[in-house]
Write a protein that binds this ligand. Sequence first.
Ligand SMILES: NC(=O)c1ccc[n+]([C@@H]2O[C@H](COP(=O)([O-])OP(=O)(O)OC[C@H]3O[C@@H](n4cnc5c(N)ncnc54)[C@H](OP(=O)(O)O)[C@@H]3O)[C@@H](O)[C@H]2O)c1
Length: 281
Amino acid sequence: MLVTGGSGYLGGWVARVALDSWEVSATFHTSGAVETGIAWRQLDVRDRAAVESLVGEIRPQAIVHTAALNPGQGDDLRGVNVTGSGNVALAAASVGARLVHVSTDVVFDGTKGNYSETDRPAPLTEYAQTKAEAEDAVTSAAAEAVIIRSSLIYGWRPTVARAAQWMIDAVKRGETLRLWSDELRCPIWVESLAAALVELAASDETGFLHLGGDQAVSRYEFGIKLLQFAGVETTRVESIPTPPNVERPLDCTMDTSLARSLLHTPLPGLDEVLARGDAIR
Ligand SMILES: NC(=O)c1ccc[n+]([C@@H]2O[C@H](COP(=O)([O-])OP(=O)(O)OC[C@H]3O[C@@H](n4cnc5c(N)ncnc54)[C@H](OP(=O)(O)O)[C@@H]3O)[C@@H](O)[C@H]2O)c1
């Protein structure tokens, strides 16, 4: 298996989980290699020749494409997310590799909620637009790919900080934290998402699949629960509606019944996952 974005949060978990059943190569771009047992390669997915060359050399049976720029991580969202995903899909098709592509719930505009795989994307933000275009690029280049749409990704190993650090920092600075009460998501535990992607890599499912945890929460509830889990004071955390001048998708909850019927991997909700973390700490 080749995991793009193996130096990232989700990609790192995919590579670790895959090691149980696959020989794993993984790519980094700027961060450097981190885990042992994995064959690390540097790659810029925007470089089509480099992607072709690496995939042609490794000839993976499966590629899990997690590499992307999230909002605020850089200027070239289009280059990395659209061109990069197209390059990976073309390379996968050229060697007959199974492709699992990672997309996002925010390709929807959040006016409906409970989105199913047949609902049409209507992205509101630049990031969402590039992720929606990436879906099209992958579908064109690798028709047999499975494209998963993930909700917010969180976890509690090795640290809760990945999803909560900015909130922890704000509370520790003594700031009042105002979190949106009307932006709804189905956050997914990084470890179950990674296991689902590894399961899909060995399957022949094609098309779209929605992967979210089994519990819809607001951004406020999500923040409060993560802060409490991290042992951080929450008295200065307030619930407010999303300001009218902020264009963000509100209700991006997803219907995940198709994934639950196809996968052996459970997709637990936030409370269940955090209770497990409490039990282990
Ligand atoms: N985080 C969420 O809540 C969330 C929600 C829904 C969907 N997603 C999707 O899930 C996937 C993984 O997200 P994540 O939060 O795990 O991301 P992340 O931790 O920020 O990792 C991103 C990865 O992409 C790599 N990358 C960035 N630019 C690259 C380039 N030009 N060429 C090759 N690799 C490049 C990074 O490499 P270096 O670090 O080495 O530079 C890193 O390994 C993405 O597709 C994202 O859109 C995330």
